[in-house]
Design a binder for this molecule. Structure first.
Ligand code: TYD
Ligand code: MG
Length: 473
């Protein structure tokens, strides 16, 4: 047998090369390449075919009956929604998130609920001692749930434990970065350890029909460490996000072989664990002050669910040569574009002003439909005119200043109406018909119409004074 040759693996992107280098050719990162001895178990690209004693498998047709996918529903509605209706037996789910966001808490709650239902749930903690997990269970009030708890980091010990005794329905690994396989020489947390350990566990899950939940840490730039290699292997990737300054957390599906992606579940971190938030709009709008300029309500869609959020803008005279543009909760390029369109197409000048934009509550908005709400908040903040109370905004702004249609108009308006909003500023619908008769709809074809609508008769006066302000400062 050939001597196992060493190889060099980039710890950032997983690229394999035959020689060490200071900089990875594939991803351009420095000092990420380390030497590894490949595993000889043959999982990762071992010899195939006859030499390895392979045997022929029977092939199936596409139209064979499969029936509905069975699922373990947890009863935690927000979690079930994100997973697409519950955990699928034999599937693997990666839950990523920053440290301290609440991954262990969430998964312990899920394990507790399922074990109470009579499923065998095992929780392997590689980060915390069993006493710590027990303390958390007490805090959550689930210490009586029959969850099997183990503090273990060796993947072969975990697999042996799994093979012994009754087959589990749910396996939780907290976290994949702490596991190590003794068939590799690399340190725990390196790409090859993460990949090998995940492969072993996913294979076990597929074979035994247990649902596997893997916790993965996120590096400071937001990627799951040892990243793409695990994402490819699992069926579902969930991100748990939120910031420590806010109580609520968002569980977001970014890949799901058994359900919709972009679905979110909203939780609130309380003293006794994560509580579901059934109506996120109410919470995001909770302590809104709609009597101050610069605040606009955006009717957005997160997954299949409409969510209303407040967009706040502050425009202040700047003393800097290059005024500040600071954004929290959405893309800064988007803000730059909208400011440029407002100044080029509507004559509004932001050149001598610092502009701050904030999505209240800590939600991150990726939809272009937020453009119109952002533009409204900016115009309102610049002019000092409060936007009409009880109005929502959505629509995409193009570079020409035209306001373009976005999807889900009806459900956005319905959600707004449900929360007591009485009017909406939206694009001109394609079919020319008002989608909701019970809410006053103002159709805006162009940002110019929006500016005129907000500034009204004060437009000219204000623009003059704004420009004067800008000159003076
Ligand atoms: P944890 O689940 O340990 O986060 P992760 O596994 O993602 O690192 O959650 C830790 C944080 O949550 C910690 O700062 C304390 C807080 N917390 C609560 O506020 N309430 C609770 O009931 C629990 C268990 C934790
Ligand atoms: Mg944890």
């Amino acid at each position: 047998m050939a001597r196992p040759s060493t190889r060099f693996v980039c710890q950032s992107c997983g690229a394999v090369s035959g020689r060490w280098a200071g900089r990875c050719n594939a991803c351009g990162e420095w000092n990420t390449i380390s030497e590894e001895i490949p595993e000889n178990s043959g999982i990762a690209g071992g010899p195939a075919g006859k030499q390895a004693g392979g045997m022929a498998i029977s092939l199936e047709s596409l139209d064979a009956e499969t029936g509905d996918i069975p699922r373990h529903t947890t009863g935690i509605a927000e979690f079930d929604r994100v997973t697409g209706g519950g955990l699928v037996p034999g599937s693997a789910i990666l839950v990523g998130g920053e440290p301290g966001i609440g991954k262990s808490t969430l998964l312990l709650q899920v394990a507790a609920v399922l074990s109470e239902q009579g499923h065998r749930c095992l929780y392997f903690s590689g980060e915390e001692a069993t006493a710590q997990v027990r303390l958390r269970a007490k805090r959550l009030g689930v210490e009586r749930a029959p969850v099997g708890l183990g503090a273990e980091t060796s993947v072969s010990n975990i697999l042996t434990t799994l093979e012994n005794g009754e087959k589990p329905a749910l396996i939780i690994i907290d976290s994949i970065q702490t596991l190590w396989s003794d068939s590799l020489e690399a340190a725990p947390g390196t790409v090859s350890q993460v990949r090998t350990c995940s492969q072993h566990l996913v294979r076990y899950a597929k074979r035994s029909g247990a649902a596997l939940l893997i916790v993965g840490h996120v590096t400071k730039d937001g990627q799951i460490a040892g990243p793409k290699v695990v994402e490819h292997m699992v069926d579902t990737v969930l991100y748990f996000e939120g910031d420590s300054g806010h109580q609520f957390r968002i569980l977001r599906a970014v890949k799901n072989r058994f359900g919709a992606t972009d679905e979110i579940g909203v939780f609130e971190m309380k003293n006794n664990g994560l509580a579901e938030v059934a109506n996120p709009s109410e919470m995001f709008l909770g302590d809104r002050n709609d009597h101050s300029p610069g605040s606009a309500v955006f009717a957005g869609i997160e997954g299949t669910r409409p969510v209303l959020v407040e967009i706040q803008a502050l425009v202040a005279a700047s003393s800097l040569a290059t005024p500040r543009r600071a954004v929290v909760g959405c893309d800064s390029n988007r803000l730059a574009m909208i400011i440029a369109v407002l100044s080029a197409r509507c004559g509004l000048r932001f050149g001598a002003h610092d502009v701050y934009l904030n999505v209240a509550g800590g939600l991150k908005i990726t939809e272009p439909a937020a453009d119109l709400a952002i533009a409204s908040a900016l115009i309102s903040a610049l002019s000092g005119i409060t936007l009409p109370t009880g109005r929502v905004y959505f629509g995409e702004v193009s570079l020409s200043g035209a306001i373009r249609n976005v999807g889900h108009t009806a459900s956005r308006l319905k959600e707004a109406r449900k929360l007591g909003f009485t009017s909406a500023a939206i694009p001109v619908p394609v079919d020319g018909e008002a989608p909701d008769k019970q809410i006053f709809v103002e159709n805006l074809p162009h940002l110019g119409a929006l500016t005129a609508s907000i500034l009204g008769s004060e437009e000219v006066k204000n623009r003059d004074s704004i420009e004067k302000d800008a000159k003076n400062s």
